[in-house]
Design a protein around this ligand. Sequence first.
Ligand code: MG
Length: 401
Amino acid sequence: MMALLAGLVVEFLWGMNSELNFFRILFGKVLYLFISVQFLWAQFYGDPPDKTHPWAVHDNNRPQPPRIEPGEILGTPPSDAIILFDGTKESFKANWKHEKHKRKKDWKVINGALISVDGAGDLLSKAIFADCQLHIEWAAPSKIIGSGQGRGNSGIFLMGITEVQVLDNYKNPTYPDGFAGSVYGIMPPMVNALKPPGQWQTYDIIFRRPVHRDGKALDEGYLTVFLNGVVVQDGTPLEGGGLHKDRSRSRSFPVKGPLKLQDHGNPVQFRNIWYRELRQRSVEGGTDGELSYEATKTKRAEIAASIRKDATTKKGKEKLLRLMESLCYEEDAVAITDAEKLRSEFIDQVKINPDSYKEDIIQVSNAVKYLIKHQRMRTDHPHIEILEKIIKNNGWKVKNN
Ligand code: MG
């Protein structure tokens, strides 16, 4: 705080360009200080971990989201996307294979588009993956031939199993669970947001595979689809993945599978195909969100150990706070003893001249109060009485977290 004020005075005396500039900097510093204080105290801020949540609410020990660069315009791949087709023949060759070994024709790349060829059979991505965000653009032939399921039919099969239908339904009715944007055989799209045939249509798909263990469904899997930016499937349960004519039933999927593009006899075009893998769900070992009791216990022990390790790099009050923080995640006899000792030393140090330690005292007192409130310390612990007495005697106003 003193350093901040000194800095401001120096800046002012050395002649800033204008008063406006000075106040702009002042505002910036105050904002920075406010944010710093929030971060500093966030350790003992939101509700602590519980039986199914390894993280506290607003937990700064939680990893920061990894930084990626978004695409320059919406629809172009972000920096962590895996590109399956970029419009070149090389990209087609590198990333795709025909499913049918005995065939007379191959899919083609013309003018940056990958085109389905009648008789070439389905196309499989060489990459195998499961839960993903998939971006894919397609265009039905501008020359209208056929009707119903026979007009501009292809399909995008997640893991080679569940089809998000590709069909020219611009002015072409068919059974709704076989419409463009349907999860084929399972769920019609909410609306028909198609452009006319010949124009490029965009799918943004979020897919989660069904996960079963020991014959029990842990997650039935689901699909969300945006067609031309319009949501047409909203977390639609997969119900086993969908079939032609037959009712599909709940079932597990393999761990990974290829993306499949369908040859349904119509020259449908594709371009700009990329995907990103999604974070693991808790049923697969992910540690974000609500977990099982056992997984929570394991994760909490891991977080506590990492905080205690960090505490070894610190001294005095900083070490004390880190050790106290670790107790929110896991009880540990050594950490309790070390924290007791450090807190006693801290109190001995600050009680002689409390004014110079005002912020530190309030901070430690708040941390103790937090641990007491959340049953990590006993309510009649003598330290809280001593700290509160110092605060009261000095007439400090304390904002409780
Ligand atoms: Mg199809």
